[in-house]
Ligand binder design. Sequence first.
Ligand code: CU
Length: 176
Amino acid sequence: MRKLLILAAALTLTACGSKTEVSTESQESGVTKVETKTNIDGVKTHAAMELTHYAVRAALGQNPNTAAYVTIKNTGTTDDRLVSAACDCADTVELHSMKMDGDKMMMAPLPDGLVIKAGETVELKPGGNHIMLLGLKTRPEDGQTQSVTLTFEKAGSVTVEMPVSNAPLSDAHSGH
Ligand SMILES: [Cu+2]
């Protein structure tokens, strides 16, 4: 069984006032975690996210755009927000929701990102909220992996190696 472990730690100490910040990032067998522990004048905050079920949809035909999906669990003690996503493969990356407009399903950007409350799990999946990769510079192909970086307001940034598939998450989610 292939195991991948990446561990990064950053420590910030400021001399005056008392602020400590410790960030860690790890990736292992389809689970990626990012967390930041902050202590500002004795007030401790633990922001932590666990990412699973991530995938990028393979670029289809001449379509200049595609989408990425991820399930995000807030395992910390504070509400947090997915602020943005980034990918070297695309000119622009946006967070999108799916909304009913009359009787049609329409995509709409989420300019303020996506709030993920402490203890809550948010699924970005086919037919629902998703990461939109616009203006593809490289075309993700089935069987490859693609790095996508997610930035959370409190937990920090994490880069996820997402598998690329013609039918993303079809094993995990039936009915799509
Ligand atoms: Cu979209």
